[in-house]
Ligand binder design. Structure first.
Ligand SMILES: [Zn+2]
Length: 115
């Protein structure tokens, strides 16, 4: 499971940061990823609950911001958020002259609340 190694590197980063910034407990973490990134929220939560045990992150609340799939439409000349996961047409003008412009972002740490 890809999520396990991602959470592992996230925890490593948080612990290095804790060493530098001298905090001893993390109260909450906010993560983000794109909805087309193949990451699964439930798997991330599971990996987190297993791997945070006995670390300074244990018991921290986990919050997610899931970034929507977006396309750039050359006819509308605009970035458009897709209502579903993927589309072959622009949902606004039905044009096919589109490129994917968002939604594949990998896991990122957005915010962290510490003691
Ligand atoms: Zn369009």
């Amino acid at each position: 499971m890809h999520e396990l190694s991602l959470i592992q590197s996230l925890l490593t980063i948080v612990e290095q940061y804790a060493g530098r910034e001298k905090f001893s407990r993390v109260r909450s973490l906010k993560l983000s990823f794109g909805r087309l990134s193949c990451l699964d929220r439930k798997s991330l939560e599971f990996a987190f609950s297993v791997q945070s045990a006995a670390t300074i992150v244990e018991g921290a609340a986990l919050d997610f911001e899931i970034l929507p799939a977006r396309i750039y439409c050359f006819s509308c000349e605009e970035d458009i958020v897709l209502p579903g996961a993927l589309a072959e047409y622009c949902p606004r003008c039905q044009g096919q002259d589109i490129v994917l412009s968002g939604g594949t972002e990998e896991l990122k740490l957005l915010e962290m609340d510490v003691d």
